[in-house]
Design a protein around this ligand. Structure first.
Ligand code: PLP
Length: 371
């Protein structure tokens, strides 16, 4: 298999652990093991105390799959496969796609959502989100025209990374109907779900909406627990888990035993964790709104509606890449240029970390000194 380097992940690998401020993280502020255990139910605390470090069930701990299934309306624990989120994208697409299949992918996107099908040998059509003056728009007509008789899969991501855009319920229904009209799979990356800034914007999971829908989710973003490396695929089609597990045997075989138990603890107290993280994101959105309003000559803010990232447009002199390189060199602040998402002209801001005000203050200083 020939696969392109993952540009965003390589950029993070080069800088994330050296800089003073990561102003572009997509995850929420993580918590310590002690904090998580302090919130754990008595049952989860007992599981942790009695934890044995053997291999685990390939599909995922049965209690964990029960907790995951409870997030959905119509997915059974048997319809869940636990895997690291990135691994889940890899095995789901390898199980379902063949060279020559046509795949439509919403863009800009987390690179594996288009690069994995491309590496399989699929023919891709990109379906771009459109940046308006103040926010993001979906062009459903364009999606309709992208579909062909050979379309095997449509790939979407709401809440969206990098923009924080959301579909409305009506738009998601239309996406499902268009995908179903071709009998295609709908792969829905829902890593940022449950972090809608207004809970009324929450969409049903695609696995609940469509019999050929696949929902990818996990604990890395909305839960702020990326170090657990726990995610999952959820679907109603009873044939899918076996197909995914046949590939997981070649990636990790099973997930980490401590991580699975900690994931049971996290999901068992999910309302508390999500409320904590949503409070951080909401405070940061307010902070970012006033920062970008004060720097409207340099940026168009493009308000996010959900999740923990935003993708403002750079209006200043020179490229967004130059802005990010200068900010990194002179202030030790990591800001992701949109070119890493094949969307030059934007920068990605992370809204989930408590030190956002300090990072923005340094960005402000840099703007005054360099532009
Ligand atoms: C949209 C999206 N999907 C999947 C992933 C992969 O998650 P993880 O890094 O936990 O494997 C990410 C991570 O940034 C993401 O933003």
């Amino acid at each position: 298999m020939r696969i392109e380097p993952f540009r965003l992940e390589r950029y993070f690998a080069a800088h994330e652990f050296k800089v003073r401020y990561v102003l572009s993280a997509s995850d929420c502020e993580s918590m310590s093991l002690a904090e998580l255990l302090e919130m754990a139910s008595p049952e989860a605390a007992l599981l942790w105390q009695g934890l044995r470090l053997g291999y685990t069930e390939s599909q995922g701990h049965p209690r964990l799959r029960e907790e995951i299934a409870a997030v959905y309306e119509s997915v059974a624990p048997e319809g869940v496969v636990v895997a690291a989120p990135e691994e889940a994208i890899f095995i789901a697409m390898h199980a379902l796609l063949e060279p020559g299949d046509h795949v439509v992918v919403q863009t800009p996107a987390y690179q594996s959502l288009h690069e994995v099908p491309r590496a399989i040998g699929c023919e891709l059509t990109l379906w771009p989100l459109e940046a308006g003056a103040h926010g993001w728009r979906l062009d459903l007509g364009r999606l309709e025209h992208s579909l062909t008789e050979r379309t095997r899969m449509v790939v979407v991501n709401f809440p969206h990374n990098p923009s924080g855009a959301m579909a409305t319920r009506g738009e998601l229904d239309a996406i499902v109907a268009l995908t179903a009209s071709r009998g295609a799979w709908l792969f829905s990356d829902e890593m940022y779900r449950l972090l809608e800034h207004d809970p009324a914007d929450r969409l049903l999971a695609v696995a609940d909406l469509y019999e050929k829908g696949i929902s990818l989710s996990g604990l890395s973003k909305a839960f702020g627990l990326p170090g657990l490396r726990i995610g999952w695929l959820a679907a109603r089609d009873p044939a899918l888990p076996a197909r995914w597990l046949a590939l997981k045997d070649y990636t990790t075989i099973c997930s980490s035993a401590p991580s699975e138990v900690l994931a049971i603890a996290a999901l068992g107290t999910r309302d508390r964790i999500l409320a904590r993280n949503l409070a951080i994101v909401r405070a940061n959105v307010t902070e970012a709104e006033s920062f970008f309003a004060a720097h409207a000559d340099h940026f168009d803010w493009l308000a996010p509606r959900a999740g923990s990232v935003a993708f403002p447009r750079w209006r200043g002199e020179g490229t967004a890449d130059r802005l990010c390189a200068g900010l990194l060199d002179s202030r030790g602040v990591l800001l992701i240029p949109g070119s890493l998402f094949q969307a030059p002209g934007h920068v990605r801001i992370g809204l989930g970390r408590r030190d956002l005000p300090e990072g923005l203050a340094r960005l402000g200083e840099y703007l005054s000194s360099a532009f």
